[in-house]
Design a protein around this ligand. Structure first.
Ligand SMILES: NC(=O)c1ccc[n+]([C@@H]2O[C@H](COP(=O)([O-])OP(=O)(O)OC[C@H]3O[C@@H](n4cnc5c(N)ncnc54)[C@H](OP(=O)(O)O)[C@@H]3O)[C@@H](O)[C@H]2O)c1
Length: 249
């Protein structure tokens, strides 16, 4: 988006509702957009961005894109490097890349199988690294913005959360390195650390803990998405590097 980004960001921040026509909008790719936080991020960015919605569930992606003018499905398994390479081939300029695809396979150090550690690291770290690497030229061309949906688990490792926490601590290191390397090229990199959020992932976590699921105890995905939108539409002088959200008590 170049200098247009600066005009654009300032205008959006100052005058919500003054959105440009669809074809002129910057392009955002959100992984994990078939449901949960990624889907909410797509909805939050739709008024200001053209969208590519990532995920493997083609049916869910079709249902989401049907509701979001300017959105296209981007069906790809992010752990498949060949599929990733093919899927990024068409993207020459990218203004916003939101990494929301993620898994949470939990277990104590004593009990978690090697496959759980591997699965968390493959999806939550290695896929984020590879997709960003492949898209760096497109992001640089647009002086773009990378948003990593991290987690409270990327700041505190609690008992039973080791495999997930390790992947989220690691992806924090990735985001910090990327910011240090690419800020001089005009990129912004934001890590977002949500606490427990009312999604299918959280339902599975609570089921595993044997607890009763009460969505009122958790953040809404739309609240996390609003934080992402704030970072993306920040005024030109502001680089929101880290955002921490937790549910109010
Ligand atoms: N929910 C929480 O409490 C919470 C809290 C803090 C941070 N987070 C983080 O927020 C992010 C989103 O989580 P969520 O709660 O929205 O989870 P979710 O509802 O389970 O959604 C996960 C998303 O990731 C996609 N995904 C998973 N594996 C994939 C793969 N191999 N290739 C492509 N897409 C894949 C899924 O799409 P398909 O199934 O269609 O492939 C889905 O869209 C994750 O990084 C998670 O760690 C969640």
């Amino acid at each position: 988006m170049g200098p247009w980004r600066h005009f654009y960001r300032g205008a959006m921040a100052a005058q919500p509702g003054s959105e440009p026509a669809t074809a002129e909008r910057p392009l955002a790719l959100a992984t994990g957009a078939s449901r949960g936080i990624g889907a909410a991020v797509a909805t939050a960015l739709q008024p200001t961005h053209r969208l590519l919605l990532g995920g493997r569930d083609a049916g869910a992606l079709a249902a989401r894109t049907a509701k979001l003018p300017g959105a296209r499905a981007w069906p790809v398994d992010v752990t498949d490097p060949a599929a990733l390479r093919a899927a990024v081939a068409e993207i020459e300029r990218l203004d916003v890349l939101v990494h929301s695809a993620g898994v949470a396979e939990l277990g104590t150090v004593e009990e978690a199988a090697p496959s759980a550690w591997r699965r968390n690291l493959e999806v939550n770290l290695l896929a984020v690294v590879e997709l960003t690497r492949l898209l760096l030229p497109a992001l640089r061309a647009a002086r773009g913005h990378v948003v990593v949906i991290n987690s409270g688990g990327g700041r505190n490792a609690r008992p039973g959360w080791g495999p997930y926490a390790a992947s989220k601590f690691a992806v924090r290191g990735f985001a910090d390195a990327l910011r240090a390397e690419e800020e001089p090229n005009g990129l912004r990199v934001t890590s977002v650390y949500p606490g427990r959020t009312d999604t299918e992932m959280q339902r599975a976590v609570v089921a595993g803990e044997g607890g009763e699921y009460d969505p009122r105890r958790f953040l809404r995905p739309e609240s996390v998405a609003a934080a992402v939108r704030t970072a993306v539409l920040a005024t030109p002088d502001a680089h929101l590097t880290e955002l921490i959200l937790r549910p109010t008590l």
